[in-house]
Design a protein around this ligand. Sequence first.
Ligand SMILES: NC(=O)c1ccc[n+]([C@@H]2O[C@H](COP(=O)([O-])OP(=O)(O)OC[C@H]3O[C@@H](n4cnc5c(N)ncnc54)[C@H](OP(=O)(O)O)[C@@H]3O)[C@@H](O)[C@H]2O)c1
Length: 243
Amino acid sequence: MQRLENKVALILGGAKGIGLAISQRFAREGATTWFTSRRNEDLETASQTINGNARPLRADVSQISELTRIVDVIKAESAQIDVLVINAGMAEYATIDDVTPAHFDSIFSLNVRSPLFALQAALPLMKEGASVVLIGSVADVIGTRGYGVYGASKAALRSFARTWTGELAARGIRINVVAPGPVDTDMMQAASEELRNGIISAIPLSRMGKPEEVANAALFLASDESSYIAGAEICVDGGLTQV
Ligand SMILES: NC(=O)c1ccc[n+]([C@@H]2O[C@H](COP(=O)([O-])OP(=O)(O)OC[C@H]3O[C@@H](n4cnc5c(N)ncnc54)[C@H](OP(=O)(O)O)[C@@H]3O)[C@@H](O)[C@H]2O)c1
């Protein structure tokens, strides 16, 4: 039996990096897998790598109107959302001396505001047994020079998971966080080599993670196997924040 059989999943930011690995895994596990990107060409390329019921959606999930539009599409075609994965996120380097209002607003808009209104838009389609997986970061508990706004945004997301768990438990909807450490994607490639090497030297498993390893944790939290786990955070970080 596939682990997400008969389930409908929506992955916000599901066509590259960690999100693509989640889309691939969920579709393989039997889910009708709706996934977004801002670009049609990325959706097409991603679709070719997904085995199963892949349903690409072009959308900029930082826009509330786009979130409501895609939920309407899913409502018309799939009627429900059993699993919502909020993966889209951005990081940008700026120390306290260089941070600008635009830097703050763009990061908080995508990493904090968008998840809030994405869940609000999706909730009418989420019934008892539904699961929400937020892709956070171990940056929610450690300070990394130049990534203060990013870390604060992921700490806000971690906080949302606690509040939403309390608010939605009575409806049988679980919220959990997957917090990756450094994972080998475009986002990590954008960091300086010095920063990457510095982080890797601090990781007990002495390497970056793979997107598939984050997808494994997301699958567990999305599936009924984690039915008694709510408001939690699973760190997929090679032990970085654990020892
Ligand atoms: N890689 C790491 O080391 C690491 C560590 C901890 C946490 N994370 C978290 O994991 C998640 C995925 O990161 P990744 O490493 O897979 O990065 P990535 O390959 O750069 O992918 C970023 C994702 O966010 C979406 N996105 C980026 N900017 C956007 C914007 N302005 N508006 C709408 N969507 C936007 C992208 O969608 P499009 O297809 O539309 O571009 C894409 O799906 C993020 O939340 C990140 O914070 C990553």
